[in-house]
Design a protein around this ligand. Structure first.
Ligand code: AP5
Ligand code: MG
Length: 215
């Protein structure tokens, strides 16, 4: 099963991908997580991507497409994968179609997370992530037991640089301009399914399971 998780920043794509990994035993492929790891590790890719990410802009297509292709070709993705945050532009969607042809694969379903804008902003501003193990929290909706400490590994929790208020506004604008048009692209391919992301994580997972199990 090859799935695309589509939706605005803060919609819950990453949260659901982590839950679904355990249910369907297919990996989450998050270009955002991979880019943040590259920045953290100080690689050449990270150096090139950092200024775009900090400004809430998209990293150039050529860099992201190469990154996604390499990850999709890894052995653990042979039995299926969930693309989280890719594709994000028309050029990336076309490159993905090419890649899938070459790998002899296809997308089975595109899950489009719909969440009202005020909720997106509240989710992003309260998001915290463990520095050490990467587990995600939210100060209001999914708080850690002890403030700023990870429940699993006791690592420090941090706020993503691009979750600051002005950058969030920019990311939402970039989503509207560059990524939202992909909804039509996948609707024309009859792959598009709407997920009401404005429910509790459990209820969102239940909606997804219903669709994925039928696909
Ligand atoms: P990326 O990391 O992909 O960020 P994004 O798409 O902006 O999405 P987010 O990770 O912010 O949100 P999410 O939907 O995963 O929400 P989450 O589950 O965490 O991209 C970051 C940057 O990298 C981009 O701006 C760009 O620069 C670059 N980049 C990445 N991919 C690229 C590409 N393909 N092309 C070019 N550039 C690229 O949830 C958010 C919060 O809400 C959490 O705190 C969570 O606990 C909480 N929450 C989740 N679900 C619920 C719920 N149901 N109810 C209440 N709270 C909830
Ligand atoms: Mg995410």
């Amino acid at each position: 099963m090859n799935i695309i998780l589509l939706g605005p920043p803060g919609a819950g794509k990453g949260t659901q991908a982590k839950i679904l990994e355990g249910i369907y035993n297919i990996p989450q492929i998050s270009t955002g997580d991979m880019l943040r790891a590259a920045v953290k590790n100080g690689t050449e890719l990270g150096r090139q991507a950092k200024s775009f990410m900090d400004a809430g802009q998209l990293v150039p297509d050529s860099l992201v497409i190469a990154l996604a292709e390499e990850r999709m070709s890894a052995p653990d993705a042979a039995g299926g994968f969930m693309l989280d945050g890719f594709p994000r532009t028309q050029a990336q969607a076309l490159a993905l179609d090419d890649m899938l042809d070459r790998l002899g694969k296809k997308i089975d379903v595109v899950l489009n997370f719909e969440v009202p804008r005020p909720a997106l902003i509240e989710r992003m501003s309260g998001r915290r992530t463990c520095q050490q193990c990467g587990v995600g929290y939210h100060v209001k909706f999914a708080p850690s037991r002890e403030a700023d400490k990870c429940d699993k590994c006791r690592g420090e929790l941090y706020q993503r640089e691009d979750d600051k208020e002005t950058t969030v506004a920019k990311r939402l604008q970039v989503y509207d301009e560059s990524t939202k048009p992909l909804i039509d692209y996948y609707a024309r391919k009859e792959l598009h399914q709407v997920i009401n992301g404005d429910e509790s994580p459990d209820k969102v997972t239940a909606q997804i399971r219903k669709i994925v199990d039928a696909a």
